[in-house]
Ligand binder design. Structure first.
Ligand code: ADP
Ligand code: ZN
Length: 293
């Protein structure tokens, strides 16, 4: 079975053809320009591939409410050319196949849940820490969604006592994303994250913020595993610091082994690496066929 997948980001679109087993057969990367320019290249790629269905994970915010008039549109993104753009509708008109549509982080969560670090479990949470921060949650095999998709990157966190950076979220200033995204690190320390590897205080502060977020996700959602992806999570020294802080904040309240002696297997990097999203797109593509049958 040939399936299509798109991981639509603010800087690039990854498009792939693969199988229901999560194997990628072919992949291209298209830089994100205006919707018309970008999607004409995306459509051209898929038109020749005879795929049965397509799964899209998109940057957001997006409308994923199937009953809404604007289902499948990109909402108030700072990328002006894409604001209110009917992304899903354009793809449907061009390809005429079933298409699944969700957020980029939900797509990655689905990939890790089906074929990666959370394979065999019933739930997981995937958080990306990159240019922005966002998370997706799978419960009993389903993507968590209420009125819309969660916005777990924009939660409020306690400020580090030594942090005088005001925060960079254009809407909330010092929400989690405003204080802990890749650009926040760069603006606070005046160097790119990758150049700060040796500076312990950078990662202590980063872990201070991310651990607070994880504890809130744990308390509210109780995922069976937490996977941290995105560019900033490539800084491997972060993981032990985050696990230590999560344990400190939980303070023994949760006695399960996952939060204690086995926390190394509870807060983990993506097993599928940078392919979590695109492989999740294949899973989503498979799901839309099943739903139609
Ligand atoms: P995006 O979020 O745009 O999809 P990424 O997930 O790659 O892209 O995140 C990009 C951010 O991650 C940038 O702010 C970059 O500085 C930061 N970053 C990338 N690699 C590293 C690294 N090894 N250590 C720390 N920060 C990194
Ligand atoms: Zn915010």
């Amino acid at each position: 079975m040939k399936l299509g997948a798109i991981e639509a980001g603010g800087t690039k679109f990854v498009c792939a053809v693969g199988t229901e087993k999560g194997e990628i057969l072919e992949k291209i990367i298209i830089p994100t320009q205006t919707p018309e320019k970008t999607l004409s290249k995306v459509i051209e790629f898929f038109q020749k591939k005879s795929i049965e269905s397509l799964g899209i994970g998109s940057f957001g915010p997006i409308d994923i409410n199937k009953k809404s008039d604007t289902y499948g549109a990109i909402l108030n993104t700072p990328k002006f050319a894409w604001r209110d753009y009917p992304f899903l509708e354009s793809m449907k008109q061009a390809l005429d196949i079933p298409i699944g549509f969700t957020t980029d982080v939900n797509e990655a969560a689905l990939g890790e849940f089906t074929f990666g670090a959370a394979k065999g479990l019933e739930s997981c949470l995937y958080i990306t820490v990159g240019t922005g921060i966002g998370a997706g949650m799978i419960i009993k095999g389903k993507i968590l969604q209420g009125l819309s998709h969660p916005e777990m990157g924009h939660i409020i966190v306690r400020r580090h006592p030594k942090d005088d950076y005001l925060g960079g979220c254009p809407t909330h200033q010092d929400c989690l994303e405003g204080l802990a995204s890749g650009p926040a690190i760069e603006n606070r320390w005046r160097k790119k994250g990758i150049e700060l590897s040796e500076q312990q205080e950078v990662w202590e502060m980063e872990a201070y913020y991310l651990a607070q977020a994880l504890v809130q996700y744990i308390m509210i959602l109780m995922p069976q595993k937490i996977i941290i992806g995105g560019g900033v999570a490539k800084q491997k020294s972060l993981f032990p610091l985050i696990r230590k802080k999560v344990k400190e904040l939980l303070n023994g309240y949760l006695t399960y082994k996952e939060f204690n002696e086995e926390i190394r297997n509870y807060i983990v990097p993506p097993e599928l690496g940078d392919c979590a999203g695109i492989i999740g797109g294949l899973v989503l593509a498979k799901e839309v066929i099943k739903k139609r049958d």
